[in-house]
Design a protein around this ligand. Structure first.
Ligand code: 7RM
Length: 651
């Protein structure tokens, strides 16, 4: 770590909003928290009124634990809120998406363009027999037709289920069958790191066992050879192009489902998380506006997630469009053609708000400062992080190397199930602490509880729970009410349990500590994976780290660490000792890893989360569990063989 970074990272260094940032920010004082506390339901109703409703609700909230209904009786359409109302207000010529293909091809779609394309696609879906309430699976790469397809479903009241365009035929098939989707929207092939991934071939394999699918709509993107099944498969350009450019939007009930999104969960079959119409759109629009301090006339916003992940749903499609943002959307990987692609793109479109994941940030750190240094990043004014705890080291690097020590970094905690951001700073009002997601947003209540469900005082650590409903909360698990109750509402009576551990410091700031299933018990001490990993990554030679608990006859569990080094550093026995001592120095001897294995990469999901479950399988010498959601399944196999041939060090 450079001296300058070290200085910024000094224990306790905090980052108050700068005068310049506050001057232009939507919220620059903490009053909004008091407003929300005073009348939280009224506060949410006030946010809901930012949307266009065909009919206003008669009841803000009906809470029949664990089932919430928000804005009951209200009627609206999501696609009208995302498109028509902006065009009607005279913003038709504003760019909604600057789309950048991986190979450098570009398209700009204005709000008028989007509206026309969404209407055509909606009409095409109707012609193919899709009706209100039907489920439509979407299996595509990051092309503009993906948000268009989502919005077309929303327009006609069909429920979309986006399946990440990198999942296997088996995953696609399971998701289609669970939702009983009647149609599938896909493309011939998608671009990734310069080559074509044959999506349609995966689709053909999956559809052999998907009896409910009557029609497939196929976008031509990569012009790879595909087999079209007569009667079932239709080319997008043949069916969509001639459709009428207007399509009356279906007037939906606030509580009608908008989409299903599957999460893999820890065991067994994926859960179809169901999201609503009115409550969902209210909270994604509200959080997108205030967390990102969005100024629709001047900002250029870029969220680097994939639409197949909830972050893409809420913060590429629905939140940004509801707020009339101008966004960048990128098709490919960050290292194509070179490792500066993101920074070249920020410079090219003068991106002002940039939202990405800690795993990406740590990868950029690993690659080195030279790549961001090649570009003028002075358009940036705000940075965001989501997906995992961001360790202070990565936060400070992001702040400095990308944000030029000028941009607040908002760490946003939320889940597929919460639908929208729950814990995050408001960048014009909150003093930031690197590594802390800061506070529950106005309108949101979060608390830390102990094993018996009692609230833990400040400061204190325990389980993160949400004691009252919020508008964008999941409305259930598709077709499985019992699983909804069991998974989220059974551990602590009357409270939603998020599955994460967290602590507050003496000023009440929230610090997320990782999944409680991952928390280790060493000689009777609970040790969080996040804290040990942060301590490892604090060492200047370490780029990334994952730790797991491994059964140990003396201590109950021992800590096994998997570490990736930064470019230019080599592993050695002496270095293992140095790292173990580094952790001992920062946390205490109890947290010293028993073993450290150096690896080139860590097993991660497509959305960038480290899969500790698989590392635990490796450490315990068990058979590997489900690896289908891994970005690169070969990584874990290679770690396994290296782990078995390395002798763990003993103290
Ligand atoms: C948005 C998303 C949810 C899980 C969640 C956490 C972890 C996400 C943060 C975070 C610490 C964060 N949805 N997580 N964001 N942990 N700080 N800012 O990621 O359903 O895919 O995952 O991700 O464990 O429970 S998700």
């Amino acid at each position: 770590m450079s001296d300058a970074l070290e200085a910024l990272l000094q224990e306790g260094r905090t980052f108050a909003p700068s005068k310049e940032f506050r001057k232009q920010s939507l919220v620059s004082s903490a009053e909004i928290y008091d407003d929300a506390d005073h009348d939280w339901q009224g506060f949410w109703a006030h946010q809901a009124l930012e949307l266009d409703w065909h009919q206003e609700w008669h009841t803000i909230l009906e809470w029949d634990l664990p089932f919430a209904k928000w804005f009951v009786g209200g009627k609206l359409n999501v696609s009208e809120n995302c498109l028509d109302r902006h065009v009607t207000a005279g913003h038709g010529e504003q760019v909604a998406f600057h789309w950048e293909g991986e190979s450098g091809d570009v398209r700009s779609l204005t709000y008028s363009d989007m509206l026309v394309e969404v209407c055509r696609t909606a009409n095409a879906l109707k012609q193919l027999g899709v009706a209100k309430g039907d489920r439509v699976a979407i299996y595509m790469g990051m092309v503009p037709e993906l948000p268009i397809a989502m919005l077309a479903c929303a327009r006609i009241g069909a429920v979309h289920s986006v399946v990440f365009g990198g999942f296997t035929a088996q995953s696609l098939k399971d998701r289609i069958n669970d939702a009983q989707a009647v149609a599938l929207i896909t493309q011939d092939g998608s671009w990734r790191r310069g080559s074509v991934f044959d999506l349609k071939a995966v689709v053909d394999e999956a559809l052999i066992e998907c009896p409910t699918i009557a029609k497939a709509l196929v976008l031509q993107r990569a012009s790879n050879d595909v087999v079209m099944t007569p009667g079932r498969d239709h080319w997008w350009h043949e069916v969509v192009a001639d459709q009428a450019t207007e399509c009356a939007a279906e007037v939906m009930d606030s509580e009608d489902p908008l989409f299903i999104l599957y999460t893999s969960g820890t065991t067994g079959k994926p859960k179809g998380i169901v999201h609503s119409t009115g409550g969902y759109l209210t909270q994604v629009a509200y959080t997108h506006k205030y967390v990102f301090d969005l100024h629709p006339d001047t900002d250029v916003y870029w969220c680097t997630a994939d639409c197949g992940w909830v972050t893409g749903h809420s913060y590429i499609v629905y939140g940004p469009l509801a707020n009339r943002s101008t966004s960048v959307m990128y098709e490919g990987t960050p290292d194509y053609p070179d490792k500066d692609r993101f920074w070249a793109t920020v410079e090219k479109y003068k991106v002002s708000i940039f939202y990405t994941a800690p795993t990406a940030i740590r990868t950029f750190m690993k690659w080195g400062d030279e790549y961001p240094l090649r570009h003028d990043l002075s358009s940036l004014r705000l940075l965001g992080s989501v997906g995992e705890p961001i360790n202070p080291e990565a936060w400070v690097w992001y702040y400095k190397a990308i944000g030029g020590e000028r941009c607040p970094v908002v760490d946003t905690w939320w889940q597929t199930e919460t639908g929208a951001i729950m814990i995050s700073a408001l960048p014009g009002a909150t003093t930031l602490k690197p590594g802390s997601a800061t506070f529950p947003l106005p309108g949101i209540q979060a608390e830390i509880i102990d094993d018996s469900g009692k609230t833990v005082g400040v400061p204190g650590g325990g389980y993160l729970a949400l004691p009252r409903p919020w508008p964008s909360m999941l409305r259930g698990v598709w077709g499985d009410e019992q699983r909804y109750r069991d998974t989220y509402w059974s551990r602590f009576e009357g409270k939603y349990f998020a599955g994460d551990g967290a602590k507050t410091d003496d000023e009440g700031y929230f610090w997320l500590l990782g999944r409680v299933d991952d928390i280790m018990l060493v000689s009777g001490h609970n040790i969080s994976t996040t804290e040990v990993e942060s301590a490892l990554v604090d060492h200047p030679a370490v780029a990334e780290a994952a730790v797991v608990g491994k059964t140990d006859s003396t201590t109950g569990q021992a800590i096994a660490a998997f570490v990736t080094l930064r470019a230019g550093h080599d592993p050695s026995d002496a270095f293992v000792e140095e790292l173990r001592n580094h952790v001992a120095k920062l946390i205490g001897p109890i947290a010293k890893p028993q073993s450290i294995l150096f690896t080139d990469d860590l097993p991660k999901t497509r959305s960038g989360k480290i899969m500790r479950r698989l590392l635990r399988n490796v450490a315990e010498d068990e058979q590997l569990g489900d690896t289908t959601t891994l970005a690169d399944p070969s990584i874990v196999a290679s770690i396994k063989s290296r782990y078995l041939s390395a002798a763990p060090s003993e103290d």
